[in-house]
Write a protein that binds this ligand. Structure first.
Ligand code: SF4
Length: 146
């Protein structure tokens, strides 16, 4: 599954949960609480494949899953640029010190496995919107690879 199709599926799951909560008059704070890993792993088993193993993507004590997809991630399914003969498909827009450039054969992808920036509650509060697509509106790189 490419980045775009993953995000389309993920955004729909996110939207469905947010809709369910807003229909029950959850406040912003309650919605963020609901997306805490400890709650999501019990109540929203289909939201993340790691939930089936009760496993976190990052070892953060209060891991919040509202921004599972990080707003700083930039991607293109067709490639962003050529770097030394390889194709770069994603990068971190803030060049996080905890992120890494992953090289996989001819492909370059951003590796976020050691970066928990978007999983902290304070980050979610500062970037909150009910609509995940609005928060993520800069993520898909639209320029065609030259
Ligand atoms: S390295 Fe961190 S801040 Fe950058 S895109 Fe990945 S998770 Fe987000």
């Amino acid at each position: 599954m490419g980045y775009s199709s993953w995000f389309a599926v993920h955004a729909q799951k996110h939207k469905d949960i947010v809709k369910k909560l807003t229909l029950q008059n959850y406040t912003q704070e309650q919605i963020i609480d609901y997306f805490d890993f400890q709650n999501m792993v019990k109540k929203e088993k289909d939201f993340c494949p790691l939930y089936a193993k009760n496993k976190k993507c990052h070892e953060i004590e209060s891991l919040n899953c509202y921004l599972c997809a990080c707003p700083n991630f930039r991607f293109s399914d067709t490639g962003i640029e050529k770097v030394g003969g390889k194709t770069k498909y994603s990068f971190c827009s803030i060049d996080s010190k905890d992120g890494r450039v992953g090289i996989y054969g001819e492909k370059i992808h951003q590796d976020c496995s050691k970066c928990g920036v978007a999983h902290h509650r304070s980050y979610v509060e500062n970037h909150f919107d009910l609509d995940l697509k609005k928060i993520m509106n800069k993520c898909e790189h639209k320029e065609l690879l030259k």
